[in-house]
Design a binder for this molecule. Structure first.
Ligand code: AR6
Length: 176
């Protein structure tokens, strides 16, 4: 469990500055850009990112697709689509877990060893931040236990409150 602990890093900041091999984008099904972290990633990467995304044919919630990262310090952007929170009875939890798992599977597929995640679905999509952090951490730990290829997962939180939710989730799941 100690080794696992050293593979997950919690930071507060802007994911567009991350130098991980891959950063994950919390996109929408069109993959054609939007607000929040998606808008920030497209602005920082430059217009070539949108041009590549336009050829991907969109993305179903819970799935993930990879592009180059263009002007970003990362090598790849893994675009995933989280669920829109609609009260919790539309398998939102399962879809959020799929978004994390399939993003990590994409990282393994393209050979990215370090991956940075934003708190998927917790902004415009209104997923409760504490529950989302719990699902994120639980899903990442399970994946890392099964796949040695990933060396580091960075949880890049945009607010102190978000960081606190992830800190609590890490404490809970790493001490189990
Ligand atoms: N770095 C890290 N995290 C960020 C950044 C940043 N630069 N900017 C925002 N966040 P959101 P969603 C945090 O709304 O809920 C877009 O329009 C933010 O504080 O970006 O999955 C897409 O096109 C929050 O904690 O994504 C979709 O239409 C987290 O990132 C829709 O929003 C996610 O918030 C997706 O909504």
């Amino acid at each position: 469990m100690k080794d696992l602990k050293s593979k997950i890093t919690l930071v507060t900041g802007d994911i567009t500055k991350e130098e991980s091999d891959a950063i994950v984008n919390a996109a929408n099904s069109t993959l054609l850009g939007g607000g929040g972290v998606d808008g920030a990633i497209h602005r920082a990467a430059g217009p070539e990112l949108l041009a590549e995304c336009a050829g991907l044919g969109g993305c179903i919630p819970g799935e993930a697709k990879t592009t180059s990262a263009y002007k970003l310090p990362a090598k790849f952007v893994i675009h995933t689509v989280g669920p829109i929170w609609r009260g919790g009875s539309y398998n939102e939890e399962g879809t959020l877990a799929n978004a994390y798992r399939n993003s990590l599977a994409e990282a393994v597929r393209v050979g990215a060893k370090t991956v940075a995640f934003p708190a998927i679905s917790t902004g415009v999509y209104r997923f409760p931040a504490d529950l989302a952090a719990d699902i994120a951490v639980r899903t990442i730990i399970l994946f890392l236990k099964q796949h040695n290829e990933i060396e580091e997962v960075r949880l890049v939180c945009f607010s102190n409150e978000s960081t606190e939710h992830h800190r609590k989730a890490l404490e809970k799941h790493l001490s189990l």
